[in-house]
Design a protein around this ligand. Structure first.
Ligand code: SIN
Length: 321
């Protein structure tokens, strides 16, 4: 009731943005890995009303993932070591994509692999359905693989080699999900852009460790720790977006990390992001993507602007924000 009241009042507000060469109805997207492999959130809101659905990273093989417990709650968000379980691209195409396509959502497929050849195989398998996809997000930054903190995303040459191989294999625009766990993220991002990526996704989770409250035992099944996400990381990822925007002005950047409200989303947009992804907050409220998207409209209107573009042109948050 409340959501539809707000919606009717902001029908005339344009919060569209451009990403991957497409006009998205909203700058709010889902973050890979936080709402399943398909249309899982479709029961909560119209998926075509948000910017895009980014599905959990897929590989060309079926993967079981890590032992439970895979997620733990922290005072500032959560920690996970899910380990990239998934049905593999072929089964995903048969079992998940049809429902997702029917929703009318923009679909971004995240892919991962253990080798460069794995990434290439995954995008080769996507070729028959590429017209149903908006883009490929290359995940080179999962902290929860067998190699732990040693990820492709910490090495600019390895990242560039993967991006280049993927861009030679598929026609879809490519985004790269960067790791925040290196001080060389600007260098890695530059290498990815030179190799053919058109968007920087900043960023994945932060390497961390957490213990159970009642014992000094690791919280997660993989006792080596996992990736920290949620409200506590917003200032960290916001700074990364700022640095990337300074280094690559005009480049499409997607801010990810700790977005729980329209104000959080606008903070990323004012720092130069074209869109934001929302992940951990979805576990608290499965409607949050829609709510944030509607609240962005509301805030635009409150500031006397007609569009997000007009508000962002003011260059800084109005004092009454
Ligand atoms: C996981 O499945 O472990 C999380 C994926 C990621 O952080 O990239």
């Amino acid at each position: 009731m409340k959501a539809s009241l707000k919606k009717s009042k902001t029908d005339d507000i344009d919060v569209s943005t451009w990403l991957y060469g497409r006009r998205l109805p909203s700058p709010v997207m889902s973050a890979s890995g936080t709402s399943g492999h398909g249309a899982e959130l479709a029961g909560y809101f119209d998926l075509s009303a948000i910017g895009a659905v980014v599905v959990k990273s897929l590989s060309h093989f079926v993967h079981e993932g890590n032992p439970a417990p895979r997620v733990g709650v922290l005072p500032t968000g959560m920690i996970n070591s899910v380990g990239l379980p998934g049905p593999g691209v072929r089964r995903w195409i048969d079992e998940y994509l049809p429902d997702l396509t029917r929703t009318g959502a923009n679909v971004v497929v995240s892919v991962w692999g253990r080798t460069k050849a794995d990434y290439v195989k995954a995008v080769e398998q996507l070729a028959p359905v590429s017209s149903q996809l908006m883009a490929v997000e290359i995940n080179v930054s999962c902290p929860n693989t067998e190699k732990g903190g040693e990820m492709f995303g910490h090495d600019s040459k390895e990242t560039a080699a993967i991006v280049k191989a993927v861009s030679q294999t598929c026609d879809l625009p490519i985004g790269v999900k960067l790791s925040p766990n290196t001080d060389r993220y600007v260098e890695v991002a530059g290498a990815a852009l030179d190799a053919g990526a058109v968007a920087l996704i900043a960023s994945n989770t932060y390497l961390g460790q957490a213990h159970k409250r009642d014992s000094n035992q690791p919280m997660l099944g993989t006792s080596s720790g996992g990736g920290v996400s949620g409200q506590g990381i917003l200032p960290l990822s916001l700074r990364i977006v700022r640095e990337l925007n300074k280094a690559f002005p005009g480049c499409d950047i997607v801010g990810v990390g700790g977005v729980h409200s329209a104000r959080d989303a606008l903070a990323y947009l004012f720092e130069g992001a074209s869109a934001v992804q929302v992940g951990t907050a979805t576990f608290v409220d499965p409607r949050i993507l829609y709510r944030i998207s509607e609240d962005v409209k509301w805030l635009v209107k409150k500031q006397g602007a007609q569009s997000l573009k007009e508000l962002l042109a003011k260059k800084s948050m109005p004092p009454s924000f």
